[in-house]
Design a protein. Structure first.
Length: 296
């Protein structure tokens, strides 16, 4: 039983904290939403008022925030974790970020005597809650030694992709390339079916039992059929993530035509006011269709 800190109780972070507690660890949490911390504490966790308070209680801190800017705030902002972490402590970064930024963060923390794992995650809220998600990790051997057993408490698959930070984030943005393109393609296919007057439920049933199916079609188009755009992963997440994909490729002049098109589709949905809706709301950019649950 170890004292593990987790910062960011969103769709993924809450499930990860629950998995750590289920594995027998003492879990100390912080989130900008005080009620999220209080709810976790009511079930047996430990609520902390700041990242620094989490870091002072733990020698492993897991960060599950949205992006690099929020990670910077967690570490180096007011009451940040970095200043409160003891030498030899480990910071596990689970956000989708620029791989070069992640590699640089490893060096910055090493200068303070801190260990670092580049450890983006995938699988969605349900897999996070059941401890069945995937972690794409890279870091120094000492960081893995410190994390022994902790990563496995949160994830069914923990891939070790290198002995320096960066490769975990590279593999994650490639995953996001596929995820974003698949969601955009699924939305386009469903939109065409609706425009052509095909019954949406019948179309979904046929495609999910045919060669054209994908995990994203099956998962996200179920949201469309339900008319439920509650954000498990928002449109703006793919504005960010596909932007990272394109930035990475642009640095070496590598063409990504499908990624660029999908990025523009998510940008269009965000510009139309759907940025905080579920990423399946990218289907709302298509004209002349009536979506399930939409009386218009």
């Amino acid at each position: 039983m170890r004292h593990i800190g987790l910062i960011g109780l969103g769709a993924m972070g809450l499930g990860m904290a629950q998995s750590l507690r289920r594995a027998g660890h003492h879990v100390h949490v912080h989130d900008v939403r005080a009620q999220a911390c209080s709810a976790f504490a009511a079930d047996g966790g430990n609520a902390c008022a700041s990242p620094a308070e989490v870091a002072a209680a733990c020698d492993i801190v897991v960060s599950v925030v949205v992006n690099a800017a929020q990670t910077e705030q967690v570490l180096f902002g007011d009451n940040g974790a970095a200043a409160a972490m003891r030498p030899g402590s480990l910071f596990v970064m689970c956000s989708t970020v620029d791989p070069n930024w992640s590699a640089a963060l490893e060096d910055r923390l090493a200068q303070q005597g801190l260990l670092y794992l580049d450890a983006p995650i995938s699988g969605g809220a349900a897999k996070a809650a059941s401890g069945q998600m995937t972690m794409m990790t890279a870091g120094r051997p000492q960081a893995y030694a410190k994390a022994d057993g902790v990563l496995e408490a949160m994830a069914a698959k923990v891939y070790r992709l290198g002995d320096r930070a960066g490769n975990g984030s590279k593999v994650k943005i490639i995953n996001q390339l596929l995820a974003g393109v698949h969601i955009a393609a699924a939305a386009e296919a469903m939109a065409l079916g609706l425009r052509e007057g095909v019954d949406a439920v019948a179309l979904y049933e046929v495609i999910t039992h045919s060669a054209g199916n994908s995990w994203m079609f099956e998962n996200r188009m179920a949201h469309v059929l339900a008319g439920d755009y509650t954000p498990l992963s928002a449109v703006d997440i793919f504005v960010k993530d596909l932007g990272l994909v394109l930035d990475t490729a642009r640095a070496t002049k590598f063409p990504l035509p499908l990624s660029a098109t999908a990025h523009q589709m998510f940008m269009q949905a965000s510009a139309a006011g759907h940025g905080r809706e579920d990423d399946s709301a990218v289907i709302k950019i298509f004209p002349g269709i009536t979506l399930p649950g939409d009386g218009s």
